[in-house]
Design a protein around this ligand. Sequence first.
Ligand code: PGA
Length: 264
Amino acid sequence: MSGHKKIIIGNWKMHFTVKQAAAFATKFISKSVPADVLVGVTPNCLALSEVSGVLSKSAINVVSQNAYYEDEGAFTGEVSMPMLRGLADFVLVGHSERRHILRESNDYTREKCAAAFRSNIVPILCVGETLVERQNYHTNQVLNDQLSVGLADLTTEEVSKMIIAYEPVWAIGTGEYARPEDVEKAVAKIRAEVTSLYGVIAGASVKVLYGGSVTRENARSYLEINGVDGLLVGGASLSVATFWPIVEIAGAVSSVNKQKKKEA
Ligand code: PGA
């Protein structure tokens, strides 16, 4: 476990117009973020600037859903990492919807993680197996491939600072959530792979999140897993009533962990 601080990121995906996103973000300003919880929201790229302005005086971080890996040039329709500077603190890389619907490869994620660090933005690299891969016992191989390629252009120091989200594809947006014992195994596998590639310090320092049908009802069972630093929340992040209780549960779990650390 890399620390008692918990990270809760709400992935808004392709929801909300600019106006709706700004109005939604406004609701968060009055919320007090619990000590030892990092909260982030993920507007679409049109709404990034507006939401970042609304949240500039709050403790809530802004996360970009995506960006291209070249810094500038003839790439019609793309947004670059340097364009996110000052607007987003983090960027999602290789979300399964981008891998499977938009056909992004592991090589793309490698380029994007490196591009994010060039612009001082922390990448959140999403990894995870499909249902077929799981049924064929390929989970470990998939995680190995996604990590060994995705992290390949980074330094040990960069890997130590980044976030990896374990999101089994079959559990995303399906209501089908992973058993905590399976998440624990996958997260241990992720840390072991990072350790074998970048050493013990990187393996212990990298932050690892779980994502896939997280709700206020099951959030605690994941947050209490050894090695899980937080959650990437999709559907439940689309309303304050379903998202904020998850942030509060994270606050409660991190203060218990802090106490345990003190007593140890
Ligand atoms: P979900 O999405 O919580 O709706 O399953 C998670 C994600 O895609 O990050």
